[in-house]
Design a binder for this molecule. Structure first.
Ligand code: PLP
Length: 420
């Protein structure tokens, strides 16, 4: 029977199986308040976007102030103060290799922009290259280009005909990291790619798969040796999630192109940026209009979103945000310790503020029944957790308390009693 109560088609939702959707009235800090009177802890930062907490006052007032001044303006031929200030601040906080800022609206579009910048660069300097190297199990978004550079599977099988070919290298499994690096080297030897795109340190939607900083550093070194553009997709890993402001910092890697979104506005409004090296911009700088970077969307650099992002950057520069991140890192490390030797779980892991545990369940895998069952179990306990199949991960906003963390892991242990 088709649902009748709402005309809304929700994302990544199988409506034929989904129970009732939960209506949220209000968010504050780490908590969401539902129409049916519940207080739900947001242990995944609302799809990894909320960093300081829901409705963080400094960000809310920046949006309010901006809303009565200028809330939208075409961004071709016009500019505005929030975008200019934000771009300047971003360059202060990101690797020195990055000198230009291109705005878009989501993580997926920031990846599309990165891919177009890379291909545009090689085309415009007269050495066309079209191949993109990617890492196995990656996820870069759901637009066609972003799907093409991500893992193939049930999520994109129906659109296979639209996706372009890429060259994958294996995920660096523990103890087999050199297979990844050797594969990248061979890819460069065989047909030199335009770019390599990677999620630094953690592959998010691919299963919270973590790999060490030295592998990231080596991948960058190989790219540099072969003059392959290194695209860091920091859409998920950025803004403190991995313990440092950006994951690349831990490997001392300066990307040629970098994508940031999600926590860019602290999780308040949609916005993304793709930053690039000066010579990539310069390859598009010409009296010849054919060499223009042909990309835009109507709301590029929306002033409200830029004001929110600027307020977020203030917090990273002036508040105790970094201290709250390191406190959360310690709390998470402490919380997963007892699970390390727990026979109900495998691969108990942490990078920065993110932990993940694989529940030893019979029906593992993303589309298996275990994921939705776990989700429903946690929801009954007023916890927003959204396991990736049998992989339970915890990625809370930085305002959670030790008591909140205890509550999350008590529920995880209880879930294992039922489902392992
Ligand atoms: N890149 C990475 C690494 C992501 O994790 C995501 C989303 O989860 C995206 C890109 C796509 O971002 P968005 O959902 O904002 O389009």
């Amino acid at each position: 029977m088709m649902p009748t109560q709402s005309p809304i088609w929700h994302p990544f939702t199988q409506h034929a199986l989904q129970g009732e959707t939960t209506k949220i009235l209000r968010g504050e800090g780490a908590f969401l308040y539902s129409a049916d009177g519940r207080r739900i802890m947001d242990a995944i930062s609302s799809w990894w976007v909320v960093t300081h907490g829901h409705c963080y006052p400094h960000i809310v007032s920046a949006i309010q102030d901006q809303a009565s001044t200028l809330n939208q303006i075409i961004f071709a031929g016009y500019t505005h103060e929030p975008a200019e200030e934000l771009a300047a601040k971003l360059l202060q906080l990101t690797p020195a290799s990055l000198e230009y800022v291109f705005f878009s609206d989501s993580g997926s579009t920031s990846v599309e922009v990165a891919l177009k910048m890379a291909l545009g660069y090689w085309n415009n300097i007269g050495k066309p290259r079209t191949r993109i190297a990617v890492m196995q199990h990656s996820y870069h978004g759901d637009t066609v280009g972003a799907m093409s550079v991500g893992a193939r599977g049930p999520f994109n099988a129906a659109y296979e005909a639209l996706l372009f070919d890429v060259t994958p290298i294996p995920f660096p499994e523990k103890g087999r990291e050199w297979e990844t690096l050797n594969a990248l080297y061979s890819v460069c030897e065989e047909q030199i790619p335009a770019a390599l795109i990677v999620e630094p340190l953690i592959l998010g939607a691919g299963g919270m798969l973590m790999y060490p900083a030295w592998v990231l550093r080596e991948m960058k070194r190989i790219c540099q040796e072969w003059d392959v553009l290194f695209i860091a997709d920091e859409v998920m890993t950025g803004w403190g999630r991995t313990g440092t402001l950006f994951a690349c910092e831990q490997a001392d890697v300066a990307p040629d192109i970098a994508c940031y979104s999600k926590g860019l506005t602290g999780g308040s409004l949609p916005l993304a940026v793709t930053l690039c090296r000066a010579d990539i911009f310069e390859a598009h700088y010409s009296k010849d209009r054919n060499l223009t970077f042909f990309h835009s969307s109507s709301y590029t650099a929306n002033p409200l979103a830029c004001a929110a992002a600027k307020a977020n950057l203030d917090l990273w520069q002036k508040s105790d945000a970094r201290t709250r991140v390191s406190t959360l890192v310690s709390m998470q490390e402490h919380a997963i310790q007892p699970f390390q030797a727990d026979p109900r779980f495998a691969n108990v892991r942490r990078t920065g503020t993110i932990t993940a545990l694989d529940l030893k369940a019979n029906d593992a895998g993303y589309l298996a029944g275990i994921g939705p069952k776990l989700q429903a179990f946690f929801k009954d306990r007023n916890l927003l957790l959204r396991p990736l199949g049998n992989t339970i991960y915890v990625m809370p906003p930085y305002c959670v308390t030790a008591a909140d963390i205890d509550q999350i892991y008590a529920a995880i242990s209880e879930a294992a009693d039922l489902f392992a």
